[in-house]
Design a protein around this ligand. Structure first.
Ligand code: PLP
Length: 355
């Protein structure tokens, strides 16, 4: 594979930044001046270009529009409190995961020179866009899709890889009301669950909409056979604190996305003195813990919101309600992660990639 040695850079004549306050922006709606775009043609990555953010011209037969061969990542960067550096949070984890998704989806591996070096060059160019206010960040969206112009089901020959940058305000994740899903399935063994692919999101919309009609925010996905073992909460990984043990579903079935936030929380929880377990966790065990007064906290984890508390969990007729204002663990995890992001707490794990 040929890696792009450097980038073809075309800068905007005038930045859009002066027309926009980058404070309190909604998630995923505004993008910076530039984007990275590179084509994979005839088995080789071409020279990547960093150029003004602009629409793509798409042939209507474009394969991804019909068959969905598409993957993505989500990463955040923050201004360091030293006023000099930008901290990208664990981008190599996303890089590795992107290529795991690519392999599963029959797409080419993206080299580090494009994914990491390209991301760094793009962020450096648009660094003025990173909000300075607390709780704000720059959301980074790398993605790749099949760009063949042909209606025929097969892995592509022409792929496009792009990176977009979006300044975002605080993601006020209100505590969630969650219903345990017993009818629909997000991911089954042997399926796409561990890949960060568009199809998983498309597959989740119907169940989420049904839950919302019944007054819930999201569903807690369960396994496809017994609807008994919990998987993920909406599009986030999920944690349950039972006694002094923090439990999150294990990755061995390939039905769960291996979240970078999930992995980071496992490390922090261990440091905070919890026993951490990655394993199969049934709804029966959760209910038994609740009845015994041992279910202390439950929350979702992912890059966009970091941590979202679960204030209500419904399984059939059994409703568990929590007074989240008394919780200690999830708020401490959220605050420790936030402090690490901005360099206010020492980066003892080597999680920050600085520019
Ligand atoms: C992206 C994602 C997550 C969270 O992963 P992070 O790396 O922590 O952002 C969890 N579940 C699903 C299905 C996801 O797509």
């Amino acid at each position: 594979m040929i890696a792009a040695a450097d980038f073809k850079i075309t800068k905007v004549k005038q930045s859009k930044l002066k027309d926009l306050s980058v404070e309190n922006l909604p998630f995923g709606k505004y993008f910076t001046d530039h984007m990275l775009e590179v084509d994979y043609i005839n088995g080789a990555w071409q020279t990547a270009s960093i150029k003004p953010y602009q629409p793509l011209l798409l042939d209507p037969s474009l394969s991804v529009l019909h068959y969905g061969q598409s993957i993505f990542e989500g990463i955040k960067a923050y201004n360091d409190i030293d006023g000099k550096h930008i901290n990208i949070f664990r981008p190599y984890e996303n890089f590795k995961r992107f290529n795991i998704s690519a392999a599963k989806m029959m797409m080419p591996q993206v080299p580090e020179e494009i994914f990491i070096d390209g991301m760094r060059a793009l962020i450096d160019l648009d660094r003025a866009w990173i909000p300075k206010q607390a709780d704000h960040s720059l959301y980074i969206r790398p993605f790749m899709f099949n760009a063949d112009q042909m209606i025929g089901v097969k892995p592509g020959e022409h792929f496009k890889f792009l990176i977009l940058l979006s300044p975002t305000g605080p993601y006020y994740a209100n505590p969630m009301r969650i219903s345990v899903e017993e009818k629909y399935v997000r991911a089954a063994k042997g399926g796409l669950g561990f890949a960060k692919t568009a199809a998983n999101y498309a597959a989740s919309l119907y169940a989420a909409s049904e839950a919302q009609k019944n007054g819930y925010d999201q569903v807690l996905w369960t396994d496809e056979i017994e609807h008994k073992y919990v998987q993920e909460c909406g599009t986030m990984n999920v944690f349950f604190i039972i006694g002094n043990t923090a439990i999150t579903p294990g990755l061995e079935d390939g039905t769960i996305l291996a979240g970078v936030t999930r992995n980071s929380l496992l490390v922090l929880l261990k440091e905070m003195g919890f026993t951490v377990e990655e394993r199969a966790l049934s709804i029966d065990e959760i209910i038994a813990a609740h009845k015994a007064g041992q279910l202390r906290e439950a929350f979702g984890a992912g890059t966009a919101a970091t941590i979202s508390l679960i204030k209500e969990l419904k399984y059939q007729d059994y409703v568990m309600k929590f007074d989240v204002s008394t919780w200690k663990t999830a708020p401490e995890l959220k605050s420790r992660l936030e402090q690490i992001h901005i360099g206010a707490e020492p980066d003892t794990h080597g999680w920050l990639n600085q520019i």
